[in-house]
Design a binder for this molecule. Structure first.
Ligand SMILES: Nc1ncnc2c1ncn2[C@@H]1O[C@H](COP(=O)(O)OP(=O)(O)OP(=O)(O)O)[C@@H](O)[C@H]1O
Length: 336
């Protein structure tokens, strides 16, 4: 890791947290690099918030370490200048104006009132500075939470589900904003339980499930996990299954719309037709084999290998993970 990476990066090492019998975080290790937006992803209850809270010294780890710029939060002299965090939907006093809200936090952040105007400008809320927060839309509240986070101009940002509840325009705005912060060399860690919400925003991904790391890489490397394949439909349910078995084709592991059977979008034996997802085979090969077998096909198309499907596979969202998920990787340049 380069000196800069240590300076502004996040490092989580063998981090665990138990709440009674619940192992919320389980031997988790990963790195987050400066100058990049990293998605911290996992289904609800995966342990994302608990990890962020340990990074912020709000929860004591059962074991392991979570450091920012090489130091535990408690050991950072003026932490607001180093790390800004927006955990869960921030609570705002509805009667306060946006400006007053920021003025309440300014002394805590060690900045003058003038900075409140600046950060409102940064998040595009200058026009609403004197409006009461009670009348703000969810998107405006998210922007105000970000503005609060930015008061002390921190180098590291931890944002818990910042896209939650935003409309497409809000998500677009957030994407541009976070990318600009990373372009300034900041470390931006954004949690989400929906990969598609952040896939156009993040450079790197850290994916956890049941408190454990299941995958960490660049987004580009995650995309490479998508195996080619086809989706095929035949009215001859038994014939289609027999052909697949004879050819030794693998059913795709990812079938979010399925019934829990890998690759099967309609149960074999269902009355009228079966749709299967096959991997590592192309449409021409399947079409030719079906033709030779005299098997009637009603549809044959490349299957959707979207990131969300991969994400669901990795996190056990209905179907087993692809083999590549067995060995978690770390982002290039991250600590081993
Ligand atoms: N203070 C606590 N006491 C007991 N259990 C807790 C506590 N905080 C979290 N947990 C449990 O730890 C697990 C991980 O929760 P956590 O909130 O970290 O997950 P998450 O990935 O942030 O989920 P979400 O997206 O739903 O917020 C869950 O089973 C949760 O119920």
């Amino acid at each position: 890791m380069s000196p800069t990476a240590v300076e502004d990066g996040i490092s989580v090492r063998n981090l665990s947290k138990s709440f009674g019998a619940v192992r919320a975080v389980d031997d988790l290790s990963f790195d987050v690099r400066p100058g990049r937006v990293t998605g911290f992803l996992g289904p609800n209850g995966a342990g994302k918030t608990t990890t962020l809270r340990m990074l912020l010294g709000l929860v004591e780890p059962t074991s392991g370490t979570a450091t920012i710029s090489g130091r535990r939060y408690a050991d950072i002299e003026r932490p607001q200048r180093v790390v800004g965090a927006a955990l869960e939907a921030a609570s705002f006093h509805p009667g306060r104006t946006a400006l007053d809200h920021l003025r309440v936090y300014a002394p805590q952040a060690g900045v003058a009132d003038a900075r409140a105007h600046e950060v409102l400008g940064l998040v595009g809320l200058s026009d609403a500075a004197r409006r009461r927060v009670g009348g703000f839309s969810l998107g405006m509240r998210q922007r105000l939470a970000l503005a609060t986070t930015l008061l002390a101009d921190p180098r590291v940002l931890l944002l818990d589900e910042p896209a939650n509840g935003l409309d497409p325009e809000g998500i677009r705005w957030l994407r541009v904003f976070l990318r600009a912060l990373a372009a300034e060399g900041r470390t931006v860690l954004v949690s989400s339980h929906v990969l598609s919400e952040v896939e156009q925003t993040v450079d790197d991904v850290v994916i956890i499930a049941r408190g454990r790391l299941v995958h960490a890489s660049t987004l580009a490397d995650l995309e490479r996990l998508a195996a080619p394949g086809v989706r095929v439909t035949s009215p001859d349910v038994a014939g289609l299954h027999a052909l697949v078995e004879r050819q030794g084709w693998a059913l795709a592991p990812l079938a979010p719309a399925g019934d829990g059977v890998p690759g099967a979008l309609a149960p074999a034996g269902a009355a009228t037709a079966a749709t299967l997802e096959l991997r590592d085979v192309d449409a021409a090969t399947v079409g030719a084999a079906a033709f030779r077998a005299g098997l009637e096909l009603h549809a044959l198309a490349p299957r959707d290998t979207g990131l969300e499907s991969i994400f669901l596979g990795l996190t056990g969202g209905g179907t087993p993970p692809p083999p590549a998920a067995a060995a978690p990787t770390t982002p290039a340049g991250g600590a081993r």
